[in-house]
Design a protein around this ligand. Structure first.
Ligand code: PLP
Length: 479
């Protein structure tokens, strides 16, 4: 029997139904509890144990099951009351760009496998670099250039591999072959840095997690210098420093200029991870956070966090693309082609870990054209203002305290009470289903985090969340 392909009339009809379903979801999202209260296994038990032997179900049946089975089992990341982790917000134009990417179904591993996929990406990365006012060395018109990675974690891995290539004089073959290679970050550096070090062969103890300033939680340059000196004295090779603009716990900003000067002195690769806070640089008044970036060998931020571009989309730049390409190129015969050999094109397969790549530049193109520079600035400013509004509520209530500065859209705060009471406060507000916050620990203390990012979040949602917190605090403190 021939496979029952979806004919194009049916595709058109069902496609409209699916888009309507998504629009209905976004319209009614605020009425849903932000997180699922169902126990583990609920979704799995509601699904058949085996795939259907014959197909032919109408798409309406899939949509009915999405309503009945999937939606109740979701954490609604686009919900206006979602304040957990860092945001991962999408938008109409992003979704439509992704839809086109799926429809075209091209695989852009090399320029030759779809020239427009590569060239649109190169131009989008240059547009983004201009939007953030990144140093000119990252532009593809010079020796640098940008590429879309799936995530900031991949960007860190790729930067680590390029750094090891440089530090070993192009002879990197994994740890233990000659000398120990080292990576450096602060104790607040993201867990992906250790993961990258492990994958690259440095071992979990290959990363030096350095002390931070107790007031700012930012990496201390003197601690970096001391660690480098100690490693050199032991015969180890300092390979990469990862500085963070906007740490995951509290959005602390490492002193990139001072760190960069140290890296330049010792010839160490500097990667700057601005996964969440990089988006802030679209606003000129927030670019102070990127001071010192001219020292960086590589830099990344996630448009999929705070720039209205659906997951996955990490924007990664290098100052010298030839180092990256040298570190990652493996050229089998079946990949050889005239365009690559001419040297006139970029082959992004050599800029990342996987070979294949989706046409992700389309969603960026759609987002940039729909919002424009001013629209994106307005989105960032709204997040910063809503966070400031929430912080004002915290400041005005003596029972609470702010636990860190809030330059972006994350507010870290706590009840002036013990850690267990703070954990109960978080659990009780989250249990209402109206808001979802997460926590962290800084200097051993339990801290609540409220991160704003959803385009649907308004002042009313911030005020409602504050009221929930204040009421829960009443109960906890008077029991
Ligand atoms: N770096 C920082 C500072 C982060 O906050 C995060 C995630 O929150 C990451 C890296 C990892 O991001 P991704 O999920 O894109 O790998």
């Amino acid at each position: 029997m021939n496979a029952p392909h979806m004919d194009l009339d049916e595709f058109r009809r069902a496609g409209h139904a699916v888009v309507d379903w998504i629009a209905d979801y976004w319209t009614t999202l605020h009425q849903r509890p932000v997180t699922s209260a169902d126990p583990p296994g609920t979704v799995a038990e509601a699904l058949p144990g085996s795939p259907p032997a014959t197909g032919g179900e109408p798409v309406e049946a899939f949509l009915a099951d999405l309503d009945a089975i999937v939606l109740p089992g979701l954490t609604h990341w686009q919900h206006p009351g979602f304040f957990g982790y860092f945001p991962a917000n999408t938008s109409g134009p992003s979704l439509l760009g992704d839809l086109v990417s799926s429809g075209l179904g091209v695989q852009g591993m090399m320029w030759a496998t779809s020239p427009a996929c590569t060239e649109l990406e190169t131009v989008m990365m240059d547009w983004l670099a201009e939007l953030l006012d990144l140093p000119p060395r990252f532009s593809s018109t010079g020796s640098g250039g940008g590429v879309i990675q799936d995530s900031a974690s991949s960007a860190t891995l790729v930067a680590t591999l390029a750094a090891l290539h440089r530090a070993s004089g192009g002879r990197w073959r994994g740890a233990g072959i000659d000398r120990r290679y080292r990576a450096y970050t602060s104790v607040h550096g993201h867990s992906s840095i250790e993961k990258a070090a492990r994958i690259a062969g440095l071992g979990a103890d290959g990363v030096r997690a350095l002390d931070v300033d107790p007031d700012t939680q930012a990496l201390r340059p003197d601690a970096l210098r001391a660690a480098i000196e100690a490693d050199l004295a032991a015969g180890d090779v300092p390979a990469i420093v990862v500085a963070t603009i906007g740490t995951t716990s509290t959005t602390a900003i490492d002193p990139v200029a001072e760190i960069g000067a140290i890296c330049a002195e010792y010839g160490i690769w500097l990667h700057v991870d601005a996964a969440y806070a990089g988006a802030a640089a679209v606003c000129p008044e927030l670019r102070w956070s990127h001071a010192g970036l001219e020292y960086a060998d590589s830099y990344c931020f996630d448009p999929h966090k705070w720039l209205l571009t659906g997951f996955d989309c990490d924007a990664f730049w290098v100052a010298d693309r030839s180092e990256l390409v040298e570190a990652l190129t493996v050229l089998p015969e079946y990949m050889r082609n005239a365009a690559s050999e001419s040297g006139a094109v970029l082959d992004y397969r050599d800029w990342q870990v996987p070979l294949g790549r989706r046409f992700r530049a389309l969603k960026l193109w759609f987002v940039l054209r729909w919002y424009g520079v001013e629209g994106l600035r307005a989105h960032i400013r709204s997040g910063v203002a809503l966070a400031a509004r929430f912080a004002d509520h915290v400041r005005a209530d003596d029972r609470f305290e702010l636990a860190a500065a809030h330059p972006f859209s994350l507010v870290c705060f706590r009840l002036r009470a013990d850690d267990d009471t703070n954990a109960e406060l978080l659990a009780s507000v989250n249990a209402t289903g109206r808001a979802h916050l997460t926590h962290t620990r800084v200097a051993g203390r339990y801290i609540l985090r409220l991160a704003v990012g959803s385009p649907q979040t308004t002042e009313a949602h911030i005020d409602e969340t504050w009221t929930l917190l204040a009421e829960a605090a009443d109960k906890l403190l008077t029991r």
